[in-house]
Design a protein around this ligand. Structure first.
Ligand code: COA
Length: 248
């Protein structure tokens, strides 16, 4: 699929978001591709690390807002939820290479990554409230745990744009680099991880995540209930329409 490019080499699976004309906004189809690739990677002994990246201009502008507007009364498990589950159940190290915008799920997915490299011009944003929504992907739990209550409130309630250096200082990302070095460096980190004794790495990673695993799953469920109600509300649907009909 042209919007999700998957390539494998030397023990590393690279998943690249590639829909630049829409700032890599994620459709349900794109989530499904990502989820399937992660599910397969979990059972593939050849894959020892995964790199999730966008282009050198944008990581992702988050969920496709047209999809939010179209969702209406769907009840079946959505591909975005399958993607979240695939990430949280992943048993291999996940590295993110982030240039430019990381918005919505582009921000919340970083809280699940094992190592995050961002560009100096990265702009991280949790825009959920301004869209009439609530945050997802257990970020209402993981963000305060990661960066502290004060920053989490500023970033989620006010919706402040988080610049790269602030994200680094707050402990949300590992490294800030010039834009043209980010994707290469993220690949280098994935390569380092892929060469580690794999069982030791997998077991250590499980231990690092074990204290929060069941709480993460429960929080994703709780957020989903609220999210769906809000998404279908008149307020949110009006905000989506306004965004989509904006003259640029
Ligand atoms: N869903 C759907 N379309 C999106 C999108 C999204 N999340 N983000 C960007 N696009 C589309 C725009 O509608 C525009 O489409 P058009 O060319 O057909 O008009 C195109 O991508 C380019 O976006 P534009 O807004 O013109 O680029 P920009 O450089 O001025 O701004 C952003 C980039 C990312 C800051 C801005 O597009 C934005 O705020 N997007 C929405 C982010 C968001 O709220 N995401 C939801 C997270 S839950």
């Amino acid at each position: 699929m042209k919007y999700i490019q998957a390539e494998y080499a030397n023990g590393i699976l690279v998943l690249k978001l590639n829909r630049p004309e829409k700032k890599n906004a994620l459709t349900q189809n794109m989530y499904l591709r990502l989820a399937l690739a992660l599910e397969d990677a979990n059972h593939d002994d050849n894959i020892r690390a995964i790199l999730l990246q966008g282009t050198s201009a944008t990581f992702t502008s988050g969920n496709d807002i047209q999809d939010f507007a179209d969702d209406g009364s769907e009840t079946e498990k959505r591909a975005s939820e399958r993607f979240m589950q695939a990430v949280t159940q992943l048993d291999k190290p996940l590295v993110a290479g982030v240039c430019g915008h990381a918005i919505g799920i582009g921000a919340t997915v970083l809280l699940h990554c094992d190592y995050v490299v961002v560009s100096e011009d990265a702009r991280i944003r949790f825009p959920f409230i301004d869209l009439g929504l609530c945050p997802e992907f257990a970020s209402t739990m993981l963000l305060p745990l990661t960066v502290g209550r004060a920053k989490a409130n500023e970033w989620m309630l006010i919706g402040a744009t988080v610049l790269a250096d602030e994200a680094l200082r707050a402990g949300m990302v590992n490294q800030v680099l010039p834009n043209d070095q980010v994707l290469d460096d993220a690949r280098r980190v994935a390569c380092v991880l892929a060469k580690k004794p794999h069982d030791a790495l997998v077991q250590t990673r499980r231990l690092l995540k074990s204290a929060q695993r069941e709480f993460v799953a429960a929080r994703i469920d709780a957020e989903r209930q609220v999210f769906r109600t809000l998404r279908d509300s008149e307020d949110a649907q009006r905000i989506f329409r306004d965004f989509l009909s904006r003259v640029r």
